[in-house]
Design a binder for this molecule. Structure first.
Ligand SMILES: [Zn+2]
Length: 129
């Protein structure tokens, strides 16, 4: 999968951080770990099983890391992990092929969508279609 230079650099940085906390890979290493299972459970509970961007509940929800520092990977900064439905996840990551965004770009996209969504929900009821 050809990735942008930025994406490659950021995924390399993730690998180094994972090595520092004892994982030799993201998937399956980290993703199959009891640590990630615990973090996942806490994120599901906090977000009540709903996508934080569109509000849907789906059988397969996807907690998304907004960045990959050691503290975040260890679950010490839970605000940087947000529950998303597969559609919103794909929307912020770009497609999963060559146009996949770097984590920092996906993070920007996440906050852009979240900000616009908040503006929408603040409208008085009569303005909604
Ligand atoms: Zn969604």
């Amino acid at each position: 999968m050809p990735l942008s230079h930025l994406a490659k650099m950021e995924y390399h940085y993730r690998s180094l951080n994972l090595l520092e906390i004892g994982f030799s890979s993201y998937d399956p290493g980290y993703m199959k770990s009891p640590l990630w299972k615990r973090i996942r459970r806490r994120v599901f509970k906090r977000d009540k099983g709903r996508c934080v961007l569109c509000g849907v509940k789906r059988p397969k929800m996807e907690p998304h890391h907004l960045s990959y520092s050691v503290a975040i990977l260890l679950g010490k900064r839970l605000s940087e992990i947000q529950l998303l439905c597969p559609d919103c996840h794909q929307r912020i990551e770009g497609d999963y092929g060559p146009n996949k965004r770097a984590p920092s770009e996906a993070r920007e996209e996440f906050f852009r969508i979240k900000k616009n969504r908040r503006r929408y929900t603040r409208l008085p009821r009569r303005c909604r279609v």
